[in-house]
Design a binder for this molecule. Structure first.
Ligand code: SF4
Ligand code: SF4
Length: 335
């Protein structure tokens, strides 16, 4: 079935999100897919994700900026974007000359996105998930589906890094379809052995879960403060306890707060894979749009080691038969 959200795609009958998932995201035949996330904004998630990609550049990584409400990795990576694609949601449009106001469409809509008031059918595009249920259930054939633009996808290259980002249109509430289509489109034609870095949006809500779906592991970036600890707990609950993904932690601005994050990670047996100290030179460089590994090139080796440790953690969580593919990406980082 063609992508439901793709520009120009035509809908034909039933289509729900899960049926449209790309097969290319199967773990057993792809390089490690690592989501980089944080419980809250401003922790340095993109700083870590960008420097990780730059450190792995010899392995030709793919970077997907899935923070579609505020994509900003391009500010650091400065990619040349060569392709663009509109993301559409397909919403119902009712032919009033055929409609009998029977109310069946409103009955079957799980999202309260269509209502029948008197003889009039009202559609609320911002609530519509494009599931097609109303169209299929209309006894008069009075509904057709029309595209509603909800976002934009762009892709290109930043040196040896393949890059793609999604941007949710202003005022649109649903980031998940844009992220799903970004993952599908960004991976299209990409060598499955290459490292994939998924830059998630902050928090632990649906867009983050969608970004992490089919990832092999998650790197959580936090800061050693009570706020950082609170949000880290929530993020661990979602990633490790609910999605059952291997988790590693990076502490950014190390030295700014207390040892609560260290104690939590020790108690929960979560590895702290890197610490980035709170230093004026680093903060000033990042504020100027410089990646961490440009400010401090010595960090590149640490990021390569971080990737290797995450690959070990992921391999340890996989059946033996599924772990071998991770070595390819690791070799690429060591060449
Ligand atoms: S199901 Fe079809 S006919 Fe019935 S109210 Fe909805 S659009 Fe009109
Ligand atoms: S497409 Fe699905 S979500 Fe949208 S109005 Fe119809 S039934 Fe509701």
């Amino acid at each position: 079935m063609p992508g439901v959200w793709a520009s120009g795609a035509t809908r034909s009958g039933a289509a729900v999100y899960e049926q449209d998932l790309p097969e290319v995201w199967r773990t057993d035949d792809a390089g490690m897919k690592l989501a980089v996330a944080s419980g809250k904004g401003g922790t340095g998630k993109t700083t870590v994700a960008v420097s990780l990609a730059l450190s792995l550049d010899e392995a030709h990584p793919l970077y997907l900026d899935c923070d579609v409400e505020e994509p900003n990795a391009a500010l650091f990576l400065q990619p040349v974007l060569t392709e663009r694609k509109v993301v559409n949601n397909w919403i119902p449009e009712v032919d009033a000359s055929l409609c009998t106001a029977c109310g069946r469409c409103a009955e079957v809509c799980q999202f309260h996105a269509i209502a029948v008031i008197g003889n009039e059918v009202l559609v609320f595009p911002e609530l519509c998930h494009g599931c097609g249920s109303c169209t299929r259930n209309c006894p008069e054939g009075a509904i057709r589906e029309v595209p509603d633009e909800i976002g934009l996808l762009e892709r290109g290259h930043a040196g040896m890094i393949s890059f793609a980002q999604g941007t949710l249109s202003i005022g649109e509430p649903m980031a998940v379809p844009v992220i799903r289509q970004l993952k599908r489109w960004g991976l299209d034609g990409v060598d499955r052995d290459r490292p994939v870095i998924l830059d998630a949006s902050p928090g632990a809500s649906c867009p983050v879960v969608e970004t992490m779906r089919e990832a092999d592991g998650v790197l959580l970036v936090t800061e050693p403060t009570p706020f950082g600890l609170h949000d880290l707990r929530v993020a661990v609950q979602v990633t490790r306890d609910e999605l059952h993904l291997p988790v590693g932690v990076v502490i950014n601005r190390d030295g700014v707060g207390d040892n609560g994050v260290d104690a939590f990670c020790a108690d929960e047996d979560i590895p702290i894979l890197m610490r980035i100290p709170l230093e004026r030179e680093i903060a000033e460089g990042i504020a100027q749009g410089l990646p961490l590994v440009t400010i401090r090139p010595a960090y590149k080796e640490q990021f390569v080691n971080l990737w290797s440790k995450m690959a070990d953690g992921v391999a340890g969580a996989l059946p033996d038969t599924d772990a071998g593919h991770l070595n390819h990406a690791r070799k690429g980082t060591q060449s």
